[in-house]
Design a protein around this ligand. Structure first.
Ligand code: FEO
Length: 174
């Protein structure tokens, strides 16, 4: 496959791997701080990012390139609050979207329409992930510092995670 595109797809593998590790670190922080619903949501999100990474790896390999196992940049282990954590999720997803858009642009300039087509799944996925992070942040902004609001938020996000896991057939991590 086109070497420039292979290199960029491998960089995307690294970013998806880091995303998975970042959400795993967030899940663990949420779990030890008593936010079990938020933790379940983030554990599931971490698994999804790993799937995004594997999809890229298989695609590169099927096209005659080689997907590289990414090195691990260690994510932070503590977060200021649940709201700050979700702000970080949104900011991170915006970075991922920009990288996907750069990849799509590269495919067009290199006339690699097969990879361009493959990446459309990621374009749609990013739209959904950014929307979800924005919706969650809006709710958290409304709740502010209200303890009972946070209790309900955590319970609701647990329910949301269980529903989406049963719809997709994946077990919840917790
Ligand atoms: Fe796979 Fe959330 O980027």
């Amino acid at each position: 496959m086109n070497k420039k595109i292979e290199k960029s797809l491998n960089e995307q593998i690294s970013l998806e791997f880091y995303s998975s590790n970042l959400y795993l670190a967030m899940a663990s922080w949420a779990e030890v701080n008593g936010f079990s619903g938020t933790a379940a949501f983030l554990y599931k999100h971490a698994e999804e990012e790993r799937i995004h990474m594997l999809k890229l790896m298989h695609f590169i390999n099927e096209r005659g390139g080689q997907g590289l196992s990414p090195g691990s940049e260690v994510p932070p282990k503590s977060f200021k609050s649940v709201k700050a954590l979700f702000q970080e999720v949104l900011d991170h997803e915006v970075v991922v979207t920009n990288e996907i858009n750069n990849l799509v642009g590269l495919c067009l300039s290199e006339k690699d329409f097969t990879t361009h087509n493959f990446l459309q799944w990621y374009v749609s996925e990013q739209l959904e992930e950014e929307n979800l992070a924005r919706t969650i942040l809006d709710k958290l902004k409304l709740i502010g510092n209200d303890g009972s609001g946070m209790y309900h938020f955590d319970r609701d996000i647990q329910t949301l995670t269980a529903i989406s896991a049963s719809a997709s057939g994946t077990p919840t991590a917790k």
